[in-house]
Design a binder for this molecule. Structure first.
Ligand SMILES: CC(C)(COP(=O)(O)OP(=O)(O)OC[C@H]1O[C@@H](n2cnc3c(N)ncnc32)[C@H](O)[C@@H]1OP(=O)(O)O)[C@@H](O)C(=O)NCCC(=O)NCCS
Length: 176
């Protein structure tokens, strides 16, 4: 049997519509045009995930310097429903973690998750995230408006490379 191949690729003007389509399908929130313009210039902070050459996931992060800290904020990290529990979310998260660890100058990684999103909560808890806050009415115009803030403190000790730890490959090259 052929082994499945999971790769990460850059977002470019040629495939930015795929990122938009994917986020529209995966998340209940609509992101504005600025989100997608910024995504084009975000380098390693924004990636598409490919499963056997098909775009099935994406991660979008930004650097947050509020509260006198330098933190990585995960804006979106998601995968199409039929492709979940195949390790694609893990590959995207480990990419983010590698970025943060290689940079060596982040205090933590954080994100908001809807309080009823049990799957995402399990996913992030697996990677050592903790609920640090509850934001009442964080989301507008969706059914469940409350969000947990999840955060993982970063130690800034250079670790071994995680990227190939589970047999999948991660390619940073451009795919169009
Ligand atoms: C959260 C999400 C990104 C996980 O992606 P994924 O590709 O399914 O994750 P993985 O296959 O790498 O899962 C890794 C581990 O996380 C945990 N996990 C992931 N989804 C889970 C679920 N629905 N229930 C319980 N545990 C879960 C499991 O421990 C899993 O390991 P296992 O499959 O060996 O048991 C995916 O469910 C998703 O896209 N959800 C919608 C978008 C979203 O809510 N994103 C979070 C906010 S940014």
């Amino acid at each position: 049997m052929t082994r499945s191949r999971i790769e990460l690729g850059d977002v470019t003007p040629h495939n930015i519509k795929l990122l938009k389509k994917l986020n529209t399908v995966v998340f209940p929130i609509t992101y504005n045009d600025k989100f997608y313009v910024d995504a084009l210039y975000a380098g390693e902070l924004v990636k598409l995930a490919y499963y056997n050459d098909i775009v099935v996931g994406a991660v979008c992060c930004r650097i947050d310097t509020t509260e006198n800290k330098r933190r990585l904020y995960i804006m979106t990290l998601g995968c199409l429903l039929p492709y979940r529990r195949l390790g694609i979310g893990t590959i995207m998260f480990l990419h983010v973690l590698n970025y943060v660890e290689n940079d060596g100058n982040f205090d933590s990684i954080f994100l908001h998750v809807q309080i009823n999103n049990d799957g995402a909560l399990e996913f992030y808890k697996k990677f050592g995230f903790e609920i640090v806050e509850t934001h009442k009415h964080y989301y507008k115009c969706i059914e469940s408006t409350d969000a947990f803030v999840l955060e993982k403190t970063v130690t800034n000790e250079k670790p071994p490379d995680h990227a190939h730890s589970n047999g999948h490959t991660e390619k940073a090259e451009k795919k169009t």
